[in-house]
Design a protein around this ligand. Structure first.
Ligand SMILES: Cc1cc2nc3c(=O)[nH]c(=O)nc-3n(C[C@H](O)[C@H](O)[C@H](O)COP(=O)(O)O)c2cc1C
Ligand SMILES: *[C@@H]1O[C@H](CO)[C@@H](O)[C@H](O)[C@H]1NC(C)=O
Ligand SMILES: *[C@@H]1O[C@H](CO)[C@@H](O)[C@H](O)[C@H]1NC(C)=O
Ligand SMILES: *[C@@H]1O[C@H](CO)[C@@H](O)[C@H](O)[C@H]1NC(C)=O
Length: 383
């Protein structure tokens, strides 16, 4: 029996909609089901990012797993982040010479070189998955040469995490900020001293997240207060640091356009992994909205996005809208159960999937991807 978290019944009960499967059935339980309870499958036998979720679920205490896994309320936004990618089908072109696709994976994020257009999203409490906490995340990112964004509510402090940083490794620091300038200035100084090259200010959680699954196990949000976050506040905090401040949690074309007007260096589309307000759209839908109503935004500032990315094709679809780089939260927290080697393997698996999926879609060069590779008419029948 699969791990079915929720099943939906159609209105009137006449039609049963397809149940939501948190873990796709690709044979994980058939192959690893007989392992002793809690034992981790061999890392080299994990074939894709969803396997890390399955492995972590079997291995971790339920409270620990629940902190990573949970979404807000009935978890529609969490599920939708995963399912939305199937609503937009690919339009693969053929007769294209794609053999050099891998050379187009490297990219820049705010001017810094990385080996791939994806990064590790900021997630609190690495210690719930591994006794070494964030060590595996920052080391794995260095070895795979991708961006890591430590969370301010990480299990380790900014300074502790930075002791694992490789020379030349670029990290950005995530922050929650409120109207206490003394506290903000202290955080800016610590991030700068530890070598962070940019700040990522999370603006999608002005209030506590409504998290039922987490509340059941006493593992709620690390950031639970009401916070006054406005454009004037953003303009003000910019005067307190010389580091660029990226805004994380933009969810509408309106706010994206204001960010351009306010000369924000980069925006990061996110619904916090569906953990804050149930019903919030997926970042893919927000990116499509920007592509339809204000496509110029993608060339005016850098746009990043995260939420539900699990496969190479998901990355391809987000890049096709104009998004420059894509974040992943839970997959890396689950990979970090295996420590540095797990994070490295997750990076390698995703790099390979992006390259082969892009190639099979007829994309010769990821830098020249455009919206025509996707049919943007939603295919509701598929979810
Ligand atoms: C366990 C966990 C903790 C998180 N903590 C933070 C945080 O402290 N700050 C933040 O901006 N986002 C946080 N997020 C949201 C992630 O940065 C990211 O937006 C989200 O995980 C993306 O969705 P995905 O998990 O489906 O990839 C957290 C997400 C998870 C799963
Ligand atoms: C980034 O890569 C470009 C092109 O490969 C190179 O010219 C540049 O020196 C690199 N920048 C840094 C800081 O390494
Ligand atoms: C579960 O989380 C707690 C912290 O809340 C930590 O002490 C413990 O080591 C974690 N368990 C595992 C297996 O990582
Ligand atoms: C503001 O932050 C500083 C430094 O963290 C702290 O000492 C002070 O008590 C805070 N002020 C208020 C009003 O909370």
């Amino acid at each position: 029996m699969r791990h079915v978290l929720t099943s939906l019944c159609a209105v009137g009960g006449a039609l049963a909609a397809r149940p939501f499967l948190n873990e796709p059935d690709t044979g994980f339980d058939d192959v690893f089901g007989s392992l002793p309870a809690g034992e981790l499958p061999p890392l080299d036998q994990l074939v894709g990012l969803p396997d890390f979720d399955a492995a972590a679920r079997r291995h971790l205490p339920i409270q620990n797993y629940t902190y990573y896994r949970n979404g807000a309320a009935a978890e529609w936004s969490y599920r939708n982040n995963l399912e939305v990618f199937n609503r937009y089908s690919l339009r693969p072109r053929t007769m294209v010479d794609i053999v050099d696709i891998e050379s187009s994976l490297p990219t820049t994020i705010l001017g810094h070189n990385f080996s791939a257009p994806f990064f590790i999203s900021p997630c609190a409490r690495g210690g719930y998955g591994n006794n070494d906490a964030e060590k595996g995340l920052i080391e794995g990112a260095a070895n795979g040469n991708i961006l890591y964004i430590p969370a301010i509510y990480a299990s380790l402090t900014i300074e502790e995490i930075s002791t694992f940083k490789k020379e030349e490794q670029v990290v950005f620091q995530q922050l929650y900020l409120d109207s206490n300038d003394t506290a903000s200035e202290a955080l800016f100084a610590r991030a700068e001293a530890s070598g962070a090259k940019a700040l990522v200010f999370t603006i999608d959680s002005a209030a506590n997240g409504n998290r039922h699954r987490a509340a059941r196990y006493g593992v709620g949000s690390a950031d639970a207060s009401y916070t006054k976050i406005t454009w004037d506040f953003y303009d003000h905090i910019r005067t307190l640091t010389s580091l660029p401040i990226i805004l994380k949690g933009i969810q509408t074309v309106e706010d994206a356009k204001i960010a351009v007007e306010r000369q924000v260096p980069a925006i990061y589309l996110s619904n916090h992994g569906g953990r804050q307000i149930d019903g919030a759209r997926s970042p893919l839908d927000v990116a499509i909205e920007i592509q339809r109503e204000a496509p110029e935004v993608f060339s005016q500032i850098e746009v990043y996005a995260d939420g539900g990315v699990r496969y190479g094709a998901d990355v391809v679809k987000l890049l096709a809208t104009g998004v420059r780089a894509v974040g992943l939260g839970r997959p890396f927290m689950y990979a970090n159960v295996y420590g540095t080697a797990g994070v490295e393997r997750a990076i390698e698996l995703l790099k390979n999937e992006i390259a082969i999926d892009a190639a099979n879609a007829g994309i010769a060069d990821l830098k020249k991807i455009d919206p025509s590779v996707v049919d943007w008419t939603p295919n509701w029948a598929s979810s």
